[in-house]
Write a protein that binds this ligand. Structure first.
Ligand code: NAP
Length: 249
């Protein structure tokens, strides 16, 4: 039996990058996959088809802004109507608006906090009722090593990711007695469109500092999510699993 058979997963921000990798690996392990995206309609349609054709599971993409409370609620209602159940939520949607604090606008702060942190609140609130009813579920929050160590030029991003870790631990404490687990995954430097924007010198600096001497792949992060979403991790909650090649110890 595959690790996620008979489970339905909702992954936010899966049209590209890490979220897409998670969707593919969840499907490979037998999960039916609902996913959201902000604007990449064509990429989402292509992923929907790829997941169905390659893995023979049910897959559907929904355009939904994770930063908006009402949209998150609508999304979860639509997923429940289409899939009939929900077992795993991956709060993966995220953005960067990097700049030094001196130059950071209020808009850059708010946009990052709302997309990265408020989204986790929005979606977790929305899935609460169905998860409580079935007395089981796994919530996975995509944080970052930057949320643990801080990073110059990323005060907004680091604050959002550190906030996610506190949120994860609190939810784990609140909902553990109801059979609902909540963990965070903290990727280090993963090669996606988000990190493609970095210049070569910065990239080299990051890889040199990694004991495993390479950037990670979406697959590296997806494998950790498969573990945390599956029944292989039923006694693990409130943890932050770093997937960073040993970058931060
Ligand atoms: P990415 O390649 O930029 O992809 C971001 C995804 O999020 C896209 O699918 C995008 O949809 C979606 N998205 C953005 N804003 C959204 C919103 N408001 N509502 C719904 N979906 C939204 O990013 P990534 O590198 O895969 O990162 C994924 C997650 O991992 C993020 O939370 C990021 O902070 C975290 N992370 C990444 C790294 C890294 O090195 N890459 C390291 C640590 C943590 P559209 O395609 O429609 O825009």
């Amino acid at each position: 039996m595959k690790l996620l058979e008979n489970k339905v997963a909702l992954i936010t921000g899966a049209s590209r990058g890490i979220g897409k990798g998670i969707a593919e690996h969840f499907a490979k392990e037998g999960a039916n996959v609902a996913f959201s995206y902000a604007s990449s309609e064509e990429k989402a349609k292509a992923l929907e088809k790829e997941l169905q054709d390659t893995y023979g599971i049910k897959a559907k993409g929904y355009r939904s802004n994770a930063a908006k409370f009402a949209e998150a609620e609508e999304l979860v209602n639509a997923v429940l109507a289409d899939f009939g159940q929900l077992d795993i939520l991956v709060n993966n949607a995220g953005i960067t608006r990097d700049t030094l604090l001196m130059r950071m606008s209020e808009e850059q702060w708010d946009e990052v906090i709302e997309t990265n942190l408020k989204s986790a609140f929005n979606l977790t609130k929305a899935v609460l009722k169905p998860l409580l009813k079935q007395r089981s579920g796994s919530i996975i929050n995509m944080t970052s090593v930057v949320g643990v160590m801080g990073n110059a030029g990323q005060a907004n991003y680091a604050a959002s990711k550190a906030g996610m870790i506190g949120f994860t631990k609190s939810i784990a404490k609140e909902l553990g007695s109801r059979g609902i687990r909540c963990n965070a995954v903290a990727p280090g430097f993963i090669e996606t469109e988000m990190t493609a924007a970095l210049d070569e010198a910065t990239l080299k600096g990051w890889t040199d500092a990694i004991p495993l001497k390479r950037g990670g792949t979406p697959e590296d992060v997806a494998n950790a999510c498969v573990f945390l979403g599956s029944d292989m991790s039923t006694y693990i909650t409130g943890q932050t699993l770093q997937v960073d090649g040993g970058m931060l110890m």
